[in-house]
Write a protein that binds this ligand. Structure first.
Ligand code: ADP
Ligand code: MG
Length: 355
């Protein structure tokens, strides 16, 4: 196993597109790190830079203390001892399962008897004992993805890199494989970097989650800290569906101009411009009032409600009786995370304050 370190890593594509911008990230030996972010935020670019399929324009990538990419250094992928699984299970259809899993060992010229043993072990690990002679075409999508995982594990990688490895699977299979992957990698003590656009998957699986946007790391923290203390309006909105409202802070009170929203924010300095992130669970609704229910979706842990409150579309998590579209309600906000002067950094605010 190994730790992975990225130091000031930037990557610009020939087209001019920014893949990564000054990324600093350390994944500890044995840690399960999830990388989340919207489409195009640089997740795949980051993973492929660790794998060696892309070379950073600036900065360094290290495995433990060894520089594997940096000025004048580019260790080829096959010499990095990493395992990788993609969304599209790249299982070769003309080879049986055993031969597919064996491939990295063959390439490394491991003797036949040892190859056999290790393929058997890898298939045991992923719950496909005895599948060596099976034709991949006879397998389900989930089983094929397990074959890809066995192939990534068979060479005993120092780090496992997963790029949307579960995203193509349907529930409940996806849920089961998610649990298995977690248990398996934790038992092996494997360092994992798991890319997903699914924030609940990231929060559920990872020791820490790195949130990417525009090729930059926005925040890296444990799942509970990310939810409790988002560093920026972007993280609050992306991970927790916070509603972002622009306004100002005066003597410990956030107010939103001519909008009725006010929230106490003790200790926050006066600011002419600020953004409040209102978490769905920090809002309660009571019958009758100046807001209108626009949507109301049932979920196992309460209803996911959107109300139009003087032009602000406020996301609310409610419990108890289900609201109906068109109901008039009153809004009560218990607290909000207030970011002074964050206005310039929050281009997504227009989407929220649509008065
Ligand atoms: P994600 O995996 O988070 O969806 P990517 O890492 O694939 O994001 O992409 C990051 C950015 O780099 C995007 O703007 C994307 O359009 C761009 N990009 C990705 N691959 C290439 C490529 N091969 N050539 C040019 N631009 C690319
Ligand atoms: Mg991607």
């Amino acid at each position: 196993m190994a730790s992975v370190t990225l130091e000031h890593v930037s990557l610009r594509y020939r087209s001019g597109a920014v893949g990564l911008a000054d990324v600093d990230l350390q994944v500890a030996d044995g840690e399960f790190l999830a990388l989340v972010g919207p489409s195009g935020s640089g997740k795949t670019t980051l993973l492929r830079s660790i794998a060696g399929f892309l070379t950073p324009t600036a900065g360094r990538v290290l495995l433990d203390d060894r520089v594997i990419a940096g000025p004048g250094v580019a260790v080829p992928p096959e010499q990095r001892q990493l395992g990788m699984v993609f969304q599209q299970h790249a299982v070769w259809p003309h080879w049986d399962v055993g031969r597919n899993v064996e491939y990295p060992l063959r390439r490394a010229k491991v003797p036949l008897a040892e190859r056999r043993t290790r393929v058997g072990e890898a298939l045991d690990l992923v719950g496909l004992t005895g599948y060596e002679r099976r034709d991949p075409a006879t397998l389900s999508g989930g089983q094929r993805q397990r074959v890809a995982l066995a192939r990534a594990l068979v060479a005993r990688p120092r780090v496992l890199l997963l790029d949307e490895a579960l995203s193509a699977l349907d529930e409940p299979l996806r849920d089961r494989l998610r649990l298995e992957l977690h248990t398996l990698t934790r038992e092996m003590g494997l360092t994992v970097v798991h890319v997903t656009h699914d924030r609940s998957e990231a929060l559920a699986l990872a020791d820490r989650v790195a949130v990417l946007d525009g090729g930059r790391i926005q925040q890296v923290d444990t799942p509970s800290n990310l939810l409790a203390r988002p560093d920026s309006p972007f993280v609050a909105k992306f991970l927790s569906d916070a509603t972002l409202v622009d306004g100002r802070v005066t003597e410990g009170l956030f107010s939103a101009g001519d909008h009725p929203l006010t929230v106490p924010c003790p200790g926050v300095a006066n600011a002419a411009r600020a953004t409040a992130a209102v978490l769905p669970a920090a809002v309660t609704l009571t019958p009758g009032g100046d807001a209108i229910v626009r949507s109301s979706l049932f979920t196992p842990d309460g209803s996911d409600v959107v109300v139009d409150w003087h032009g602000t579309h406020l996301r609310v998590r409610t419990h108890g009786s289900r609201h109906r579209v068109g109901d008039a309600v009153s809004v009560h906000i218990t607290d909000a995370v207030v970011y002074p002067q964050a206005v310039e950094d929050a281009p997504e605010r227009e989407a929220v304050m649509s008065a």
